[in-house]
Design a protein around this ligand. Structure first.
Ligand SMILES: *Cc1c(COP(=O)(O)O)cnc(C)c1O
Length: 379
């Protein structure tokens, strides 16, 4: 399989439609057996050249603003749910064109913009409020929406004395790469705090961060949890995972441009942690490389560095069975989600080419980037 990549230009992200379909089959089972709505969170994965496949399985997309909403409306064409920490008036006017569900992050936003949204849209839009249940098991502060002083979601105490007429749903998003057990504990807190408002609403959105397609995820447990919630409260349930759709569906292939030795052996690649896989630095995490091990585990250890001038543009230390040479390929796994949507042209680094591996095994390049993409975002 690795030979397939030898004739491709690098850096390149290759997304595998069979792997994507396998994830979608799992999500379709949840959707069917739990009778819930499942949306693709474009924040994590917005590769619209495969939406023809994704939309066969899911109900629509969720967006964080007007441009994601438009991408969803134009390329996915099913439900469009939008949530943003705050909308300007012009945001709302644009969102109104594409959305069918809009979630507000505060009572002040809802009061200021709710009516305008309905008027501009000229058709009914389902409005909801994002709540902050004050419970999360996310340990990294950067990814914890319930950390102290969070700006995401309305705390319970602010609901006292509020008029909820016109509100059709509640939304919480407190998970990140977590299992059904975490959801169960989170849901319990959410129900304890907010169930007194359920008589006013029709649906609850459980947000994203459900790692449903990870091996070992308790899919049956998730289904039971949703069924139980629906039975007890008679409310519709919406999930909006991003990562789970594209988990383990794509690789990033890079080429070694130089091998140098300073304190240690260093291979410089035609990719970049900061420009092409920023979560490696932000999260931070260590991506897996096909055929490589931890430092010292195999015969030849290298620090893998990127092509920018940022001193910390380092992907990590890895060992390989053979020495790396100029022209060697390095294949990073699980590079479909939170890469294309976050990549930048920082330092003039060209964006990775995007390709699809068809279900017959053939690789088709769908997008190449050039100088224009660098210059086009500057002036
Ligand atoms: C990021 C985000 C998602 C998707 O999260 P994943 O971890 O990719 O599943 C869904 N909803 C909201 C509100 C988000 O911020």
């Amino acid at each position: 399989m690795n030979d397939d990549y030898n004739n491709l230009p690098t850096p390149i992200i290759v997304v595998d439609r069979s792997a994507l379909r396998a994830n979608l089959e799992i999500l379709a089972r949840v959707r069917r057996e739990a009778q819930c709505t499942i949306l693709l969170a474009l924040k994590g994965f917005a590769m619209f050249s495969v939406f023809d496949l994704v939309k066969q399985y899911l109900d629509g997309i969720c967006a964080s603003g007007a441009d994601e909403a438009r991408l969803g409306a134009e390329h996915f064409g099913k439900q469009v749910h939008v949530y943003s920490p705050a909308y300007s008036e012009s945001d709302i006017d644009e969102v109104a064109r594409y959305a069918d569900h809009v979630i507000f992050n505060s009572f002040s936003q809802w009061r200021r913009l709710g009516e305008r949204l309905q008027q501009v849209a000229g058709r009914p839009i389902e409005c909801g409020l994002r709540v902050n249940p004050g419970y999360s098991e996310v340990e990294v502060a950067l990814y914890n929406p319930c950390a102290p002083n969070s700006r995401l979601g309305i705390p319970r105490e602010q609901f006292d004395g509020q008029d909820l007429s016109g509100i059709r749903g509640l939304h919480f998003h407190c998970l990140c790469e977590q299992g059904a057990d975490t959801l169960e504990r989170t849901l319990k807190v959410f129900v304890d705090k907010f169930s007194m408002f359920f008589e006013h609403i029709a649906w609850v959105n459980f947000g994203g961060g459900h790692h449903i397609t990870r091996p070992g995820y308790d899919v049956a447990g998730l289904i039971e949890l949703i069924r139980d919630f629906r039975r007890r409260f008679g409310l519709d349930v919406i999930l909006e995972p991003g990562e789970a759709i594209a988990l383990n569906t794509g690789v990033l292939v890079a080429t070694v441009l130089d091998v140098i030795k300073t304190g240690c052996d260093i291979a410089i690649l035609d990719t970049s942690a900061t420009a092409h896989m920023p979560d490696v630095l932000e999260m931070p995490y260590r991506p897996q490389i096909i055929g490589a091990g931890k430092p010292g585990e195999l015969a030849h250890t290298y620090r893998l560095g990127g092509q920018t001038c940022l001193a910390g543009d380092v992907i990590g230390d890895y060992s390989f069975p053979q020495p790396l040479e100029v022209g060697s390929k390095v294949i990073f796994q699980d590079m479909a989600h939170y890469t294309m949507v976050k990549s930048t042209t920082f330092n003039g680094i060209r964006l990775p080419t995007i390709a699809v591996r068809q279900e017959n095994g053939e690789i088709r390049i769908v997008k190449k980037f050039g100088y224009e993409d660098y210059a086009g975002r500057l002036s």
